[in-house]
Design a protein around this ligand. Structure first.
Ligand code: IPM
Ligand code: MN
Length: 369
């Protein structure tokens, strides 16, 4: 097998967490004597520095020719004064469009070992396991018209959705729910927005093709409240682009740190994997970032793109084991009670690699007998 991954480290802590993600894939490659090939390319602020643009053509070409794309993070304060189309973030948004993945899967679950890291009471987060399916190519992020008025005295963004855009992401959400607890909560603002009324109508139609999945609807403001007061009530949350962006950061409170969450963007020509956290410029280069969100994204890559579901499950177990053994990156150690063994980004990556290889060893020994 030869599997090509284009790696886009990007900005801030992006390169640090990408290094640990790649280390896991190298270990797997080595173990199976199979071949993951890596091609590293600039994006975001790093690409503005090296190529004068946040998404160089050479980066995009490499991505389009690969089996999967792995991204660290984009964004840096030095570009804060620039208009949206010249910022590092524009590189990521153009890449998403070019790859075509319209469904962004963002799981957030409670880990018993770090339940005390959550600002929410243990009794509320215990058992919580939510998958946010965020529409990624439409809505306010991309619709026209947009821009500033002539004298910068007004600005405009447009939220537009077609039934086709809603239907295709809804099908992904229902299919995901069929492999989980068979419940979809569709989140909108149908009491105010026409796009949301179309969203609700379309999702209700699509639901008829998935009679085994229970559908309910919720306004986004209510969802923001229920997500922290009763997160265990949710299975799959299906929502549009901006609502999904906001709710997925909020959902991190369930796990305890934004650094824990991974994501997969599917449905397009090439699937894209990235941790949910951003570039975190305040801790960039200090070696204290949490690589577990990036490593969780590797598990999603193994499951969705590399057809290695057992290895994906092993990697998720490895993450759990390392946390259960008491190892914590700084973001987790701040809030954890009792004895925490505080580690840096590389050490955490190494611990997960060790646990992962141990599991692969056992799997291999089992198959050998
Ligand atoms: C995310 C990020 C991006 C988004 C930014 C960096 C463009 O916040 O992936 O959640 O808004 O989608
Ligand atoms: Mn976001």
């Amino acid at each position: 097998m030869s599997f090509k991954i284009t790696v886009l480290p990007g900005d801030g802590v992006g390169p640090e967490v990408c290094r640990e993600a790649v280390r896991i894939l190298r270990a797997l490659s080595h173990f199976y004597n199979s071949e993951f090939r890596f091609d590293e390319r600039p994006i975001g602020g790093a690409a503005i520095h090296s190529h004068g643009t946040p998404l160089p053509q050479s980066t995009l070409d490499a991505c389009l020719e690969s089996d999967a794309v792995f991204l660290g993070a984009v964004g840096a304060p030095e570009f804060d004064h620039l208009p949206p189309d010249q910022r590092p973030e524009a590189g990521l948004l153009c890449l998403r469009t070019a790859l075509g993945g319209f469904a962004n899967l963002r799981p957030a679950a409670s880990f018993p070992a770090i339940a005390d890291c959550s600002p929410l009471q243990r009794s509320r987060v215990e058992g919580a396991d939510v998958l946010i399916v965020r529409e990624l190519l439409g809505g306010l992020y991309f619709s026209e018209p947009r821009g500033f008025g002539q004298n910068d005295d007004y600005a405009i963004n447009t939220m537009r959705y077609s039934t086709a855009e809603i239907e295709r992401v809804a099908r992904i959400a229902f299919a995901q729910a069929q492999d989980r607890r068979k419940k979809v909560t569709s989140v909108d603002k149908a009491n105010v927005l026409e796009t949301s009324q179309l969203w609700r109508r379309t999702v209700t139609e699509v639901a008829k093709d998935y009679p085994d999945v229970k559908l309910d609807h919720m306004y986004v403001d209510a969802c923001a409240m229920h997500l922290i007061s009763n997160p265990a009530r949710f299975d799959v949350i299906l929502t549009e682009n901006l609502f999904g962006d906001i709710l997925s950061d909020e959902a991190a409170a369930i796990t305890g740190s934004l650094g824990m969450l991974g994501s997969a963007t599917i449905g397009g020509a090439v699937d894209l994997y990235e941790p949910v956290h951003g570039s975190a410029p305040d801790i960039a280069g200090l070696g204290i970032a949490n690589p577990l969100g990036a490593i969780a994204s590797v598990a999603m890559l193994l499951r969705n793109s590399a057809e290695m579901p057992h290895e994906a499950a092993d990697l998720e177990t490895a993450i759990r084991q390392v946390l259960e053994a008491g190892h914590r990156t700084h973001d987790l150690a701040l809030h954890s009670q009792g004895r925490a063994h505080v580690v840096g980004v590389r050490e955490m990556g190494g611990l997960v690699e060790q646990a992962f290889v141990g599991m692969l060893d056992r799997r291999f020994a089992y198959h050998a007998v």
